[in-house]
Design a protein around this ligand. Structure first.
Ligand code: M6R
Length: 609
């Protein structure tokens, strides 16, 4: 996610802003920039690439002032480039922004009709145009911001300055973080407090729907209607390392907790539950072409491959198109048959995985249309595919993939519905029910995450086990694979994921009291059958950890430990089911003292064969 920092006070602010941006580097970014109020004007310095390029630019074209804003951009709308880098100056204002303006196209069209021209591909630029329109008409910046937010839909935190009001900084928060730092006659506004912790530890966190108006004389907090909000500052005693992780001990844990937000962002602007409609503007095929597709091939590696297997259940189940799933490293060398009417979907968080890229190129070379599901904007796979669906998970820093996985599942769910819609396999009423299920997921995950201590307690019980078996059936089978992979990669404990029905064909021989068995046994289409597999493991002396549906007393009785999830639909269930497995792996790793965020021998992005 983008990093935001603003300053107003008596000191020269360029160094303060650049230093703040450096402290936000861990969030991941592809460009950086500052806007400084200087001599009745606003000076912009911005550049694609690392902060070092920005500082070179500032050294070549110096700028000075005591009020300004700075930004590191993680591309979501528009590729990484100088033009798309923030701040976005339009007329009298400059804006930096984190989040997504969902209705940016509608606002942009309206602005273009009024004769305004746009210089970037970003959604942010519409905020600058809106503010400039109001400020140029004579409104104070604070009022202009208030009028603009009434028109914006989506999730955003932004900072704005104008050349008309030296020393004034206005910040807004709606579903994206923003915090105020209170210094002596100087104030900071930032996306996270790491940016200014070396200057002040007195802070005030903005709540959704609030604005901060800062000048060297003080800060005022209001709601979007202008009503004053008052509350005391907080004193923060986090270390800088803790602050980077938002107070969490590890990035992985932070990212697990970011999943509700990441899912909301991935859904944003792509669905209308009321009318049962799904939108993907970035798919290269028309509705007509989609309806004539003969086959979908999903290619991926690691966790993304597990997402692909879930995707097969979703696409075949809802859109009724045959789906094949392959590992990038296998697909590229097996001389696959690619028939006319094949859509190849490459799934990759980083968008740089060598085997996935080679698999996608193989399919493309043989005539398939290609689409990618990527998290990193303008990555190689995203650029080389004919169309791309971005997951808006934000930067994933922990090597073990968590929020990238759940957002891949959300993207695949939406894609399956989109195909079902184009092929008229599901009615809009049926699609609507699926979308409601999807829309409820962030809240359900949020609620479940509050029960983390329960999972930590289960992990404490099993921390010394050296082998685990994870079982799941149908759409839960890839979740068993994913749960086992999470445990392996961060705790170095051996774990095997298996389709529950296959247990009796071999792995059952392994089961004894030293090999705990984790069974995904939620209420649903294969509940009874999975329950029988659980009984089989139990009667061989296996210690059972069950993940089931709230209210299932029988499951509680039959298993040594049971973790319960709220009920949900068939295709949303895997997205919920993986969360306890992520937390379990995390706590097992912490208890075993491993390096959770950078496990041995692993890289975040595997760009070699
Ligand atoms: O960036 P990608 O999604 O293409 O990466 C694929 C795998 O390398 C990745 O999922 C890996 O398995 C992770 N460490 C899983 O946590």
């Amino acid at each position: 996610m983008c990093g935001i920092v603003g300053y107003t006070g008596p000191r020269s602010c360029v160094e303060i802003l650049v230093d703040g941006l450096r402290r936000l580097e861990y969030r991941g970014y592809d460009s950086a920039g500052v806007a400084i109020q200087a001599g009745g004007d606003i000076a912009i310095r911005k550049s694609q690439g690392k902060i070092a390029r920005l500082t070179d630019l500032i050294a070549r074209k110096p700028v000075a002032g005591t009020c300004g804003i700075g930004h590191t951009r993680w591309a979501t709308h528009g590729r990484p480039s100088d033009e798309n880098a923030h701040p976005h100056r339009v007329g009298r204002v400059a804006v930096i922004h984190n989040g997504i303006v969902e209705n940016h196209r509608t606002i942009k069209e309206r602005m273009i009709a009024k004769g305004r021209t746009f210089c970037s591909e970003t959604d942010t630029e519409v905020i600058s145009h809106l503010l400039d329109e109001y400020v140029s008409a004579g409104l104070p910046l604070e009022e202009a911001v208030r009028k603009a937010v009434a028109e914006l839909r989506g999730s955003y935190a932004f900072l704005a300055v104008t050349d008309r009001e030296p020393g004034t900084l206005v910040g807004v928060r709606l579903n994206c973080p923003m915090v105020v730092g209170m210094g002596e006659g100087e104030f900071f506004l930032a996306s996270d407090l790491t940016a200014f912790l070396s200057h002040t530890r007195d802070v005030l966190f903005l709540e959704d729907g609030e604005m901060a108006i800062a000048t060297p004389a003080g800060v005022r907090i209001t709601d979007f209607s202008g009503k004053r909000r008052e509350r005391p500052n907080q004193r923060i005693d986090w270390s800088p390392a803790m602050a980077e992780k938002g107070g969490y001990r590890h990035f992985m844990l932070k990212e697990i907790h970011e999943q509700p937000r990441a899912i909301l962002d991935t859904l944003a602007g792509r669905m209308l539950p009321e009318s049962g409609e799904v939108f993907f503007e970035t798919l290269p095929l028309t509705g007509e072409q989609l309806s004539r597709l003969k086959k979908v091939t999903l290619v991926a590696c690691g966790t993304s491959w597990h997402a692909a297997i879930v995707g097969k259940f979703m696409i075949e189940g809802m859109a009724r198109i045959p789906v094949e799933v392959d590992l990038g490293s296998e697909y590229r060398y097996r001389d696959p048959v690619v028939e006319e009417g094949t859509l190849c979907v490459a799934i990759s968080q980083s968008g740089e995985t060598a085997d996935t890229l080679a698999g996608m190129r193989e399919a493309k070379g043989k005539g398939a249309t290609t689409v990618s599901i990527c998290n990193v904007v303008a990555s190689t796979i995203a650029r080389e595919s004919d169309g791309v669906i971005y997951t808006h998970a934000g930067p994933e820093i922990g090597v073990a993939s968590t929020k990238a996985f759940t957002t891949q599942l959300v993207a695949l769910y939406l894609m399956a519905l989109h195909l079902a819609q184009a092929r008229k396999v599901l009615t809009s009423g049926e699609i609507s029910l699926h979308l409601i299920d999807l829309a409820e997921l962030p809240r359900k995950i949020e609620e479940f995450l509050k029960r983390e201590p329960e999972i930590a307690a289960v992990a404490r019980k099993y921390k010394d086990a050296r082998d685990f078996l994870y079982l799941g059936r149908g759409i839960s089978y890839p979740i068993a694979l994913e749960g086992a992979l999470k445990l392996k990669e961060i705790s170095y404990i051996h774990a095997e994921g298996y389709p529950a029905g296959e247990m009796k064909h071999g792995p059952i021989a392994l089961i004894d009291e030293r090999m705990p068995v984790l069974v995904l046994c939620a209420k649903g289409e294969s509940y009874e059958k999975t329950f029988s597999n659980l009984e089989e493991a139990r009667s061989r002396g296996g210690r059972l950890i069950a993940v089931g549906t709230e209210g299932d007393d029988l499951l509680r009785e039959k298993s040594e430990d049971a973790i319960f999830l709220p009920p949900c639909g068939r295709y949303a269930r895997p997205i919920l089911e993986v969360v306890p497995l992520q937390l379990f792996a995390y706590h097992m790793a912490v208890l075993n003292g491993t390096d959770v965020d950078q496990p041995r021998n692993l890289a975040k992005s595997v760009t070699v064969e």
